[in-house]
Design a protein around this ligand. Structure first.
Ligand code: PMP
Length: 408
């Protein structure tokens, strides 16, 4: 007999599994070409550089990293990352040391935010469709989720304002700043301003998640020119999340959170209560990489890598799927293309593609929170960060063949 506490705990465990994982699994099961995952292919990761720097990093600074460290992450690494982000025009100049903390990737940062700042029953509003782990996290932490539809300019503040006028009171609004997952859109500067004005009027916090910012494939990122709104920093209503997962390596699990010093202090305390401190050995290697200017080369290699793959996939889909009535959204950065389908729901097509045609994709419906029923299901998200150009060309061909074979 299982211990009663175990049975009870398992039944009560608030697991909201990301539906995206089902499509990754389905693809694996059928050995399909994986256009599902947004992580960079192994050959795009700087293994040689890191392997070369690791012994040096450990020899010169390792002893410090063998002890418990600060609850905000290794100080030297935090400062080097902050300086790099300020130099790159992301974080504002003059940002104080107490306004930034390192985290175990940006998803963990969002979990900390939900754990620390929301109470059971609070409302959290987020982009819709949206990276599912975001709304799964908010649900798991006891919030109800309000979907905020996005278009080409990111989330629509008019929609949010209508919800607010109708009596909804989200405590947090989560949005992806650049090259949103799954839509590829970026939040325009005018919408950023409106969002922060609404935050001021209706008293909520804005969480800007920005893991794809550095993957600008066609010139500078659209929201980078005037940094992001000063307003959010000054009023303390902004929490900014950055990550090395898409540019360096997802396995390093390194992200950062920037915001008002009081918020950062509280969240760092929470991080300390669950982790004591962040692992520091791998952080040392990243520090060495940053100081040796290795990151600059890695970034341009990653951008070239993704741009080639995006263009091959887009070209294949344009030639083969547009004549079949599809519409293609090609983003100017990030990892995902969006193939809009003429008149069929995307979920059965995604299943058929994986099971019968050997291409794994994710349908739009997987990105909507369960409160949205029925979920819109008009497009397939196609990731171009994992497959080779040859595989991507083949995937476009297979998608076209599957569409041709379907009744219209
Ligand atoms: N935010 C978004 C929008 C993402 O797409 C992802 C990963 N796909 C994450 C956060 C998770 O990033 P990290 O690896 O830094 O936790």
């Amino acid at each position: 007999m299982k211990p009663a506490i175990l049975v009870r705990k398992l039944e009560e465990l608030p697991i909201y599994a990301s539906p995206l994982v089902d499509f990754i699994r389905l693809g694996l099961q059928h050995r399909a070409l994986p256009l599902t995952s947004g992580q960079p292919a192994p050959e795009a990761l700087p293994l040689e550089d890191l392997a070369r720097l690791a012994p040096e990093a450990l020899r010169s600074r390792g002893r410090k990293a063998l002890l418990y460290g600060s609850n905000r992450g290794l100080g030297e690494l935090r400062r080097a990352l902050t300086e790099w982000q300020v130099r790159s025009g992301v974080l504002p100049e003059g940002l104080g040391d107490e306004e930034v903390m390192l985290t175990l990737g940006s998803q963990y940062a969002f979990d900390l935010i939900c754990q620390g700042l929301i109470r059971r029953g609070d409302e959290v509003a987020c982009d819709a469709p949206c990276y599912p782990d975001t709304w799964c996290t908010a649900l798991r932490r006891g919030a109800s989720v309000l979907p905020l539809p996005v278009d080409e300019e990111g989330l629509d503040p008019d929609h949010l304002e209508a919800l607010l006028a109708g009596g909804h009171r989200p405590v947090l609004v989560y949005t992806v700043l650049h090259y949103q997952n799954p839509c590829g859109c970026s939040l325009s500067p005018s919408r950023q301003r409106r969002l922060l004005e609404l935050a001021e009027t209706y008293d909520f916090l804005v969480v800007l998640d920005d893991p794809y910012r550095m993957l600008a494939l066609d010139g500078p990122p659209p929201c980078g020119s005037d940094r992001f709104p000063r307003l959010g920093w000054d009023t303390g209503r902004l929490l900014y999340l950055g990550s090395l997962s898409k540019v360096l390596a997802p396995g390093v699990r390194l992200g950062w959170l920037a915001g008002h010093r009081e918020l950062v202090a509280g969240l760092a305390k929470l991080q300390e209560m669950s982790l004591i401190s962040l692992p520091a050995l791998d952080g040392l290697i990243v520090l060495e990489y940053l100081l040796s200017e290795g990151m600059t080369g890695q970034l341009s290699r990653m951008v070239r890598f993704l741009k080639e793959r995006r263009d091959v996939l887009a070209e294949g889909l344009r030639a083969r799927c547009l004549p079949l009535g599809c519409t293609l959204r090609v983003p100017s950065g990030g990892c995902f293309l969006r193939l809009e389908l003429p008149d069929l729901p995307a979920t059965p097509l995604a299943r058929e593609l994986a099971e019968r045609h050997g291409v794994a994709t994710v349908p739009e419906a997987a990105f909507w929170p369960p409160s949205q029923t029925p979920a819109p299901d008009r497009f397939l998200r196609l990731s171009f960060s994992w497959c080779t150009p040859e595989e991507l060309a083949e995937a476009a061909e297979r998608i076209a063949r599957a569409l041709e074979g379907r009744p219209r």
